[in-house]
Design a protein around this ligand. Structure first.
Ligand code: B12
Ligand code: SF4
Length: 552
């Protein structure tokens, strides 16, 4: 996926008449142009220096998430060794909470940019080679080596002032698709910034400011429409984390998209308490096909302890049902092991997942928390948190593996708590990791069977999970041995699969297109009578499916 931050910064510099080149090093690595091994930092630095020699640039800036901070530092260190005069900048969410420490500890770095930077980067470029004195929103090292802090920068009041994304400065979407797979074509759109909340595990509100600023609806619709001019772009991924925080804005966008009939499906990230049936229906009609919901915990006390700011009264399964009724797939993201989660609360969350999985088309995504710097958990637990072999950090997702990165992480553990886990004891953390990695797939594949086994045994989801693990076999074997394996319908990327137990084991067959399309409509939004009008004969067909145990 191309980086929307760089696309905006490129657009801002071009609009100001300042020469700029963008390079997506993650893309270059994925495409094989950069090595995914210990030579990565050297190769990145060589690539950037070649561009520098070609374009005679005065500064090189790297954009980081917490995950990519170590490799960015390793690259900058090499750039400094090669060129003493080049200005070396860093920015992005991965600097949250460690801005000053980065300059104090890494003398090769010149400047850390804070938060929103479309204006900052233009002012910085104009200030070259004099230096960033007076530029708002940065920390920098002065000629005497002292770390200095510029005035705070006010976030843009009106995001209409943002430059357009500089798509022409990055590889085409088709090239990204060659890496991510032919079916992909998901294009991120910088759709808004900031969040009024301050959830304990998240840095968004602190990085962008505790105010939510969506891109005005008409402008956002324009940016989604622009995808039609980008060959191979298929779906839009709206980056703003809290779609629907401004309900009026969300409704306005839906109306605009419905009116324009762009034919570009889109997905969002949202809070369950910002969505209601009406809004979800309008979203569905306007082309929204998927929403990522940060549920975090199904236990209200755990959510409260972690500053989620969500009412204990909320009926989270109702929101899942409303998504299904609107034809929108919810990705339900939960974090296991948050402070305040005891065994009872864990059971509440897992039972909730099992109940949610019974709803059509739900995707479950369970995580362990990494107390990254700059969020409340990082502040509270960062010093005591430790990495655990065999439990890869979600917040780093494969980054930090090269030797240069590992050395940096080991030398500055307080800066890189993204690679650690909360201090909760190894057996518990390993247990949670196993649950998070194994349970969602089983729940999504066999929701009915799982529910029936729980009923049969009178146990909850955690107990059934433990019984399954004790059996030493896969879940299918446990289900077959219990003679409780119900037929299941599963949604796959390319259609609907029927999974049916037989005397010889599990038989999986793909449903032919018309049947799959009809079944896809069984999401609870239409009555059987309505479906019968649309597809005469479906009532009888459903009866046969029911007999085979495929639907209830
Ligand atoms: C799109 C996105 C992705 C895309 C990234 C696509 C890409 N090529 O960049 C994908 C899906 C790949 C992704 C993956 C991950 N992501 Co992500 N992602 C986002 C998301 C939703 C939007 C980012 C974005 O583009 N925002 C819009 C642009 C305009 O903002 P920006 O990039 O921050 O850039 C602005 C400023 O930061 C600044 N700036 C940025 N860089 C630089 C550089 C310089 C030199 C300067 C001067 C300024 C500057 O100027 C820009 C314009 O104002 C954010 C949430 C969010 N709303 O920010 C999470 C987020 C960035 N992701 C996050 C995480 C944790 C991850 C993953 C670890 C998740 C996972 N487990 O899969 C992985 C990491 C992958 C890896 N190993 O690198 C966290 C990072 C937390 C942190 N403190 O670092 C965020 C903040 C989500 C969250 N709520 O916690 N992600
Ligand atoms: S998790 Fe979502 S609601 Fe909570 S602070 Fe982050 S962006 Fe805001």
């Amino acid at each position: 996926m191309p980086p929307p931050g760089l696309l905006r910064l490129g657009g801002a510099l071009e609009r100001a008449g300042i020469g700029v080149e963008l390079d997506d090093l993650a893309y270059r690595m994925a495409s094989g142009e950069l090595p995914a091994d210990d030579g990565l930092a050297d190769a990145c630095a060589a690539r950037l220096l070649a561009a520098h020699a070609r374009e005679h640039c005065d500064a090189i800036g790297l954009s980081v998430m917490g995950a990519t901070l170590p490799i960015a530092l390793a690259i900058h260190e090499r750039l400094r060794r090669a060129d003493a005069r080049l200005a070396l900048w860093i920015g992005g969410p991965g600097t949250t909470g460690v801005e000053r420490a980065l300059l104090e500890r890494f003398p090769f770095l010149d400047l850390v940019a804070r938060g929103e930077c479309e204006e900052t980067v233009v002012e910085l470029a104009r200030a070259l080679p004099r230096g960033p004195e007076g530029v708002a929103g940065v920390l920098w090292r002065d000629a005497h080596g002292a770390v200095r802090s510029g005035p705070a920068r006010e976030p843009l009041r009106d995001l209409s002032a943002l430059p357009r994304a500089a798509w022409h400065l990055l590889p085409p979407i088709a090239a990204y698709k060659r890496i991510t797979g032919a079916a992909d074509g998901l294009v991120p759109i910088d759709s808004g910034r900031g969040c009024v909340y301050d959830c304990s595990f998240c840095t968004i509100g602190r990085f962008w400011g505790r105010r939510s600023r969506p891109l005005p609806a008409a402008r956002l619709a324009d940016e989604i429409a622009e995808l039609r001019s980008l060959p191979a772009a298929r779906h839009a991924y709206l980056c703003h984390d809290i779609f629907g925080a401004d309900r009026e804005h969300a409704l306005e966008l839906c109306a605009e998209l419905e009116r324009r009939q762009l034919g570009i499906p889109w997905e969002v990230r949202a809070r369950a308490d910002h969505l209601d049936r009406e809004l979800l229906e309008r979203m569905g009609r306007a082309g929204c096909y998927r929403v990522l919901l940060g549920i975090e915990s199904a236990d209200a006390a755990v959510r409260k302890r972690n500053q989620k700011g969500m009412s204990s009264e909320i009926d989270l399964l109702r929101v899942v049902d409303d998504c299904a009724a609107a034809g929108i797939v919810p990705i339900l993201s939960l974090i296991l092991g948050l402070p305040g989660e005891d065994e009872r609360a864990l059971r509440v969350s897992l039972d909730w997942c099992a109940a949610a999985a019974l709803r059509a088309g739900v995707q479950l995504s369970l995580h362990l928390v990494n107390p990254q710097p700059g969020c409340a958990l990082g502040e509270e637990f960062g010093a005591a948190s430790r990495a655990l072999d065999g439990v890869p950090p979600d917040m780093a997702l494969g980054a930090g593996e090269t030797r240069a990165e590992r050395e940096l992480i080991a030398s500055h553990p307080d800066l890189f708590t993204t690679w650690t886990l909360l201090p909760q004891g190894e057996p518990h953390l390993r247990d949670l990791h196993a649950i998070a990695s194994e349970l969602p797939e089983v729940l999504m594949r066999y929701p009915k069977t799982f529910a029936e086994l729980c009923l049969q045994r009178g146990c909850d989801a955690l107990e059934l999970y433990r019984e399954w693990k004790r059996s030493g076999h896969n879940f299918e074997a446990l289900a077959l041995s219990s003679a409780r394996f119900a037929g299941e319908l599963q949604r796959a990327a390319d259609g609907v699969l029927a999974v049916v137990p037989t005397a010889r084991g599990v038989q999986v067959s793909k449903l032919r297109e018309p049947a799959a399309a009809i079944l896809a409509e069984l999401d609870g939004s239409r009555t059987v009578e309505e479906l019968e009008c649309l597809h005469p004969g479906i009532d009888a067909a459903l009866a046969r499916f029911r007999e085979a145990g495929l639907i209830t």
